[in-house]
Design a protein around this ligand. Sequence first.
Ligand code: B3K
Ligand code: ZN
Length: 882
Amino acid sequence: PKEIFLKDYKLPDYYFDSVDLNFLLGEEKTIVSSKITVFPRVDGSSPLVLDGADLKLLSVKVNGEGLKNGDYHLDSRHLTIPSPPSGTFTLEIVTEIYPQKNTSLEGLYKSSGIFCTQCEAEGFRKITFYQDRPDIMAKYTVRIEADKSLYPVLLSNGNLLEQGDLEGGKHYALWEDPFKKPCYLFALVAGQLESRDDTFVTCSGRNVSLRIWTPAQDVHKTAHAMYSLKAAMKWDEDVFGLEYDLDLFNIVAVPDFNMGAMENKSLNIFNSKLVLASPETASDADYAAILGVIGHEYFHNWTGNRVTCRDWFQLSLKEGLTVFRDQEFSSDMGSRTVKRIADVSRLRISQFPQDAGPMAHPVRPHSYIKMDNFYTVTVYEKGAEVVRMYKTLLGSQGFRKGMDLYFKRHDGQAVTCEDFFAAMRDANDADFANFLQWYSQAGTPLVKVTSSYDAAAHTFTLKFSQEVPPTPGQPVKEPMFIPVVSGLLDPSGKDMLLSSVYHDGALRSIANNSELAYNTILRLTKKEEEFVFTDIHERPVPSLLRGFSAPIRLESDLSDSDLFFLLAHDSDDFNRWEAGQVLARKLMLSLVVDFQQGKPLVLNPKFVQGLRSILCDSSLDKEFIAKAITLPGEGEIMDMMEVADPDAVHAVRSFIRKQLASELKADFLSLVENNRSSEEYVFNHANMARRALKNIALAYLASLEDQELTELALHEYKTATNMTDQFAALAAIAQNPGEIHDEVLADFYNKWRDDFLVVNKWFALQAMSDVPGNVENVRNLLSHPAYDLHNPNKVYSLIGGFCSSPVNFHAKDGSGYKFLGEIVVQLDKINPQVASRMVSAFSRWRRYDETRQNLAKAQLEMIVSANGLSENVFEIASKCLA
Ligand code: B3K
Ligand code: ZN
């Protein structure tokens, strides 16, 4: 396999101006004809090299003349025309493809009776020969011809120019997209679909038709998606002044899709899971995910489509920025603090481990074998944190100025991360020190801080040191520019007024003019440095990294009592939550040591008190409380250990959960009692928060394995009027094996056997069970009639779910590893992208004890030596072994 490097980027020798595509969709084969206007970037006669994969070439013409074998060269990846004519010319190519046999779900494929496409990153080459790279931007017209009864709806990008009937029961549609675009944004859909229609009036008064397409029986489940789309369109106008630019916006939901969704110009294609929702079948989490992803794909219309990436290394230019935008959108639609907590948790649970493992890569990677492997939490979520830092440094207005300049300079272009940086800098005349390191250095910076108070001098000093750990290919790192938003709490718990801070030999005033300041940004740029706050008349407790102002690990010398103090008083709600998490992590780690040494486990009563006071604080947001009483995940704790010990961490976490449940039982019972929903399901923050709090209380209670409490959970299950409550009760019951567990699971399946999205929840719940030996149950589910390895959602539910259960995936006998190894090899033959996502579960194998290491390594070696292995899986598995 060939590795591709950022440093080797070259401008293309040829550009494409217009592209006419014609599709004859058939049952045996599909014929694709393209007619491209080509012009050279500079005169001279370099060969024109087109990408192609799994294509049967039928003919090539240049300026209308057929080329004979010998006038072109064909290999398994390219079609090369060694000496094209000089100047502008037309190129016509006809290929034959087999969408019905395409199980990779990349390129053109047929899913549940619907033809659809997925071209990003490099799937267009599976449709026709093309320069399949994002810096080739052209105007497209697309003609689709198909059987009318099987495929009554024919869609592509842009505006519908014409449609009509043809002989033999066929019909056609002709689409034109007036905007230049890279081929990864091309889309086609054909099938038996119906739509929910609506209209959005833009800020300049244009009517935009909105259509969400699904098979007829699901149209009633698209109301929330439509609400989300309209909310997103309005939000982008209000917050960024960005208006939609066509008269039609289509969304299509398909059941077989590798990822969440795809932002094809004016024809977004979605995994059904992220469109379809009704109160009975979708949970609050599903509703929130739909809001976020509909927003995300819509926001790409400007950040991604109007301004796109020069090359795939720049992926975070569009993804980091668009994730940041969808996070802000969701915050504005719900609770900002809760959303921030959720996003930071996600970063810690998924991105920090990636940044510390064999697949660690910078936000802008330096190389790849398969680009699909780099649609990662690092590029997306860490990338969003990088964008957030610009906003933290510049403020909302400064950030907006930077965005405006970015669009002014680059609309219609394919650009780089430096271009974005330069727009932010130039619009604000800002000093960003070595901020660009965030794009090129991998690894999570570790920042240590110690504090001291000088009562005589009235100064408070913070001493920082930073270190970026080595990562593959980057043994030595430079210090980074880290903005640490900080405040100081006085002994009563109020924010102190900050006057000035002494740093680097200069005194900087914090309060500017009339504005009082309770927060300041400490700009870390060196390996070691200190900041001295002046005029501090009492010993403060510092609140550091407020709002998680940089994607780092922070280790401070704060005592437990300081942390309890912050948990109770910090004006920054994020940091209140964080103080509780730091306490919980410390507690869990120390109990893990006790467990390993065979000592009895005892829970610190102060911790219980701290949580009780949060639980009973009626001034707090209910969802905030739910987050604050959720313990850090097992993975998070294992990450902090020298040698990860899944059994000890699991035992400790379960112990604490049960202990909390029994000590706070009365509080939890009244939370369940007082937060039941009586009225109709509404998706809004207040209602979701109430359900979240009730359901976490129920989960704690049910962990006690007490008959009365199990009865309570059963009662909640039976009386639930929406999926959020029903599934939460089911999950609460499913914690404990036994008769009731089996009965309720069977009942749930029988209720929902016809709704494949709900059945996936049922698979996932069983897959994630921590009952020892669960691997056998999961193996059996593989042959359940509702199961199918060809459907990515089912794989993510069952296989992905299983790998997220530390006890069973990391079972000491290697049964979990063996199971995954077998599945990966099998799955790779069907769908390499999905297989490679699954193989990533092995990536932290070196973190475990020797026995587990050997067992996991053996599976990775088995995978790497499998016959006909895809590049996707090869890249991940071989990097894990390196
Ligand atoms: N841009 C797509 C992801 C494409 C993944 C290709 N393997 C969805 C998104 O991020 O919006
Ligand atoms: Zn995206």
